[in-house]
Design a binder for this molecule. Sequence first.
Ligand code: FES
Ligand code: FES
Length: 126
Amino acid sequence: MLKYTELVLDHFKNPRNMGRMEDADVTATEGSIACGDMMTVYLKIENDRIVDIKFESYGCAANIATASMMTEVVKGMTIEEAKKITWKDIVERLGGLPQIKYHCSNLAVDTLKKAIEEYEKSLARK
Ligand code: FES
Ligand code: FES
């Protein structure tokens, strides 16, 4: 049995910002090389600021919890601030994660980063 912190369990049982976003400005789906699981991030961006974020996870409890915490951390941040977020920041905010579950938090942050890349690509096309 893996040991999760109370905060991890809370975010797993009551994920924040989970679900689809119909009017997202960017959407990105990423898969984990480590486990093959996938997740999607939706961003609503105004004046280079993340005004809303949602996620869908097809991963495990640790992925749902870290994705949930990640959305809380980056909501309201500028794109530049959000780019600096690392999976370690999220794991720290959750009070830790079993080491074999680190890749699940990587997946959460990688999907965010991919969504930000998509946003920047869409700006470059304008
Ligand atoms: Fe996929 Fe954990 S191995 S949910
Ligand atoms: Fe696949 Fe956690 S084991 S996301």
